[in-house]
Design a binder for this molecule. Structure first.
Ligand code: NI
Length: 138
């Protein structure tokens, strides 16, 4: 088990009130849990900036009727095959598809893949969610 350290934080009363309201809405049981999560997400952001191996999820929504789009997306995924861990295709309705792609590699390459997918004509949505391999964060 990891050792726990305690520290005091001085805050403007109004900021603390706003923080408590936010943490309550998010369902945190206490301030420590809320602060821990904020620190972790800041550290994940740092991991992405440092150029280390990161993990992320790319979500795309697109119209599969769009000429050559599916073929272009497949070509792109093959180009980055060594960065793609898994991919799930969902047929949303008659026209639209959603794809969830789990990616792992240098942040720069992952962002490049997301940018290239986003810029394809017919892609209606493309978001990249930054996660962590979990190795750097307690
Ligand atoms: Ni589909």
């Amino acid at each position: 088990m990891t050792e726990v350290s305690r520290f005091g934080v001085s805050l403007d009363r109004r900021l603390l009130r706003d923080f408590d309201r936010w943490a309550g809405k998010k369902g945190y049981g206490n301030r420590s849990e809320a602060i821990r999560d904020l620190i972790r997400s800041a550290l994940v952001g740092e991991e992405w900036k440092r150029g280390e191996e990161v993990v992320g999820v790319i979500v795309t929504v697109f119209d599969h009727h769009r000429r050559r789009l599916t073929a272009r997306m497949t070509e792109l995924q093959h180009e980055y095959f060594h960065r793609i861990v898994a991919s799930q295709h969902v047929h949303l309705d008659h026209d639209n598809c959603l794809e969830v792609t789990v990616v792992k590699g240098k942040a720069e390459e992952i962002e490049e893949l997301a940018d290239r997918l986003r810029s394809l004509k017919g892609v209606k949505h493309c978001s990249l969610s930054a996660a962590t391999t979990g190795r750097e964060i307690a």
